[in-house]
Write a protein that binds this ligand. Structure first.
Ligand code: G4P
Ligand code: NA
Ligand code: NA
Length: 194
């Protein structure tokens, strides 16, 4: 997606070989115009899948998911990271290990928001090692729902998440695919035209 890649070229900062900082439009401040375009791009890539619900993870997955939900006309559910006092019963949980933070955390979704007839489109901001995606897939499996696929805003191709998910037969669509990060430089994977 050219608009997104331009934004990354202009405002993204490669902190090192592994981490891309995009606080100015995705992870802290949010660019609504770009988010709307991202939502529409996800919608156009998945419009034939019969999606009934979008599932994401708080916090940075919410903005692109809401825009996709608006474009697709379906509700958006975000898995919570914190245990909530008011949402304790009937929660579906999964354990997610974070390489960045080197710790495991539970994520949870109230079971009433995922019904067996649902077809779920999973969306997240980054795909690195795929731990968050696996956690969301585990929640879908426990809820007995179908998964249409996974939409990712920025995929880091040099980490193993995308490869593992695609090898497992899951459709993964990433709007920007980064092949390499060097301090101050971002190299994208060549676009495939179809
Ligand atoms: P994984 O899920 O693919 O295995 O990734 P990892 O454990 O490394 O991700 C931990 C957090 O770091 C996630 O956000 C993820 O979105 C984010 N992240 C991973 N790689 C990058 C990167 O290169 N740049 C930025 N900016 N973020 C990255 P989170 O902790 O869930 O935070 P948030 O959703 O509240 O923002
Ligand atoms: Na994040
Ligand atoms: Na995230």
């Amino acid at each position: 997606m050219e608009l997104l890649k331009d934004k990354i070229r202009k405002e993204g900062k490669a902190l090192n070989h592994e981490v891309l900082k995009v606080d100015s439009f995705l992870n802290h401040q949010i660019d609504p115009v770009l988010m709307k375009a991202i939502g529409e791009e996800f919608a156009s890539r998945f419009h034939k899948e019969g999606v009934t619900k979008i599932l994401t993870l708080e916090s940075s997955g919410i903005a692109p998911s809401v825009m996709a939900g608006l474009a697709m006309g379906v509700p958006v559910v975000f898995a919570r990271k914190q245990k909530s006092l008011t949402l304790k019963s009937d929660m579906i949980r999964a354990r997610v290990y974070s390489f960045t933070k080197q710790e495991s955390n539970d994520i949870s979704v109230a079971s009433k928001y995922l019904q067996p007839e649902d077809k779920v489109f999973i969306i997240d901001d980054f795909l690195a090692n795929g731990e968050a995606a696996h956690g969301l897939l585990s929640i879908c499996k426990q809820a007995n729902v179908k998964v249409a696929g996974i939409g990712i805003v920025i995929e880091k191709m040099f980490q193993s998440g995308g490869k593992k998910l695609r090898e497992a037969g899951i459709r993964v669509e990433s709007l920007a695919q980064i092949e390499k990060l060097e301090e101050g430089k971002v190299t994208f994977k060549e676009e495939e035209y179809c």
